[in-house]
Design a protein around this ligand. Structure first.
Ligand code: IPD
Ligand code: CA
Ligand code: CA
Length: 259
């Protein structure tokens, strides 16, 4: 199964690579920051075609075409192009993300960081890998020495869920905070020990599914902002190497107290 998911994720990535920096159609979704290109749609169509042929009774939740409910047992979560803004502006940081749940539990996650040709994969209870090599979260215990990453939703100008205050609080309490523009890649970098932690206030299940399993199988924690288990349909996500998790919760809780 994992080989099949890896294969289709890579094929979708090849479509994106072919389209990168070409002339393509761009449409707006909710506002002028929220784009969708013809390549988001092409990548998604390829993945959905594959699932329908190979697993005709599985359910699918894909960003651009919504949910197709067939069985409750298996659910595929698909982000055909995570990092659309980067892609549309010629910045080579974008990915394809595919997760699979069985009876509401994540069992497979695959993320392809297309332009770095880095393929991240995880299977429940079998570890996480990048291009076949086992990966692990960092061992850093000190938030002050940590490099963190975050992202912002498309309505960021409205400062949803104190997104600005949280960003400032982490800037003040860590070595650095990065913003790459692909939540799936952000999470793979946590799994690989490049970043020590990641948080975001308004994610979607297709952003989260694969990355969550990849971090957990690499030894990291993925929770809500209070350290409780989160499910992929929750909006807020806190991920870390585990060692700085409580420190990150403390910073997030301080922000909760702001007016
Ligand atoms: C977005 C990216 C970004 C995150 C946004 C997502 P998209 O996904 O993952 O890093 O900050 O919240 O919506 O729209 O490029 O698939
Ligand atoms: Ca996304
Ligand atoms: Ca997307």
């Amino acid at each position: 199964m994992i080989e099949k998911i890896i294969d289709i994720t890579k094929q979708a990535g090849e479509i994106l690579k072919d389209g990168f920096k070409k002339n393509f159609e761009i449409e707006f979704k909710t506002n002028s920051s929220n784009l969708v290109t013809e390549y988001d749609k092409k990548s998604e169509a390829l993945i959905i075609d594959f699932i329908k042929k190979e697993f005709p009774d599985h359910s699918i939740l894909a960003e651009e075409s919504g949910r197709q409910d067939l069985s409750d047992e298996y659910l595929w979560l698909i982000d055909p192009l995570d990092g659309t803004t980067n892609f549309a502006h010629g910045l080579p940081i974008f990915s394809v993300s595919i997760g699979l749940m069985k009876n509401r539990e994540l069992i497979y996650g695959v993320v392809y960081d297309v332009m770095r040709d880095a393929l991240y994969s995880a299977e429940k209870k079998a570890g996480s890998f990048c291009n076949g090599h086992k990966i692990n979260v960092s061992s850093n215990e000190n938030l002050k020495n940590s490099v963190l990453v975050t992202g912002f939703p498309y309505n960021v100008s409205e400062n949803p869920d104190k997104a600005f205050e949280r960003f400032i609080a982490f800037l003040k309490n860590s070595r650095a905070v990065r913003r790459l523009g692909s939540a799936a890649i952000d999470m793979c970098y946590v799994a690989e020990g490049v970043f020590d932690g990641f948080w975001e206030v308004a994610l979607n299940p297709w952003d989260i599914a694969a990355g969550k399993l990849i971090i957990e199988e690499a030894g990291g924690f993925v929770t809500d902002f209070n350290g409780f288990p989160m499910n992929i349909f929750d909006k807020r996500l806190l991920a870390s190497n585990g060692k700085i998790h409580q420190h990150m919760i403390k910073v997030l809780n301080q922000v909760e107290l702001f007016e």
